[in-house]
Write a protein that binds this ligand. Structure first.
Ligand code: 4NP
Length: 145
């Protein structure tokens, strides 16, 4: 099973989602990656605040590098989780067909993972908790049956 986490810049939310879900799963059974719908930060490591909140929870995401979501990802991944409705629209916009569209879901149901980029450290702590909870639920759906 291959899971892709998607946000806008691939430096704040989806790197956390990648690291958190990876930390909960057996890497021989599941692969987790992340990408951004925008190219602003391609090649950059995650935001320092994401690296710090992950490290505070024992997860090292400092080796990740941002990349842009590509149409090939619809074939490469089984499930694609987006953080907010704008990400959802951007990803669906380039989906070649219905099978690909059906792979895309909001990570937290109808709730959005808020963009913490322009806020402070508290926003990153909240985003960590929201994503952590969603990934615990996701883990159950990936590992049950
Ligand atoms: P992310 O956060 O989508 O969670 O990585 C953002 C990162 C960068 C920008 C916006 C959101 N930006 O405008 O550069």
């Amino acid at each position: 099973m291959k899971v892709l986490m998607v946000c806008l810049g691939n430096i704040c939310r989806s790197p956390l989602a990648e690291g958190i879900l990876q930390s909960k799963l057996d890497p021989t059974l599941h692969q987790v990656d992340s990408a951004g719908t925008a190219a602003y930060h391609v090649g950059e490591p995650p935001d320092k605040r994401s690296i710090a909140i992950a490290a505070a929870h024992g997860i090292d995401i400092s080796g990740q590098r941002a990349r842009q979501f590509q149409v090939e990802d619809f074939e490469l991944f089984d499930r694609i989780y987006v953080m907010d409705h704008a990400n959802y629209q951007n990803v669906l916009h380039i989906a070649p067909n219905e099978i690909h569209k059906n792979k895309v879901q909001l990570l937290c149901g109808q709730q959005e993972v808020p963009d913490p980029y322009y806020g402070g450290d508290k926003g990153f702590a909240q985003v960590f908790d929201v994503i952590d909870q969603a990934c615990s639920t996701l883990k159950k759906s990936l590992t049950d049956g």
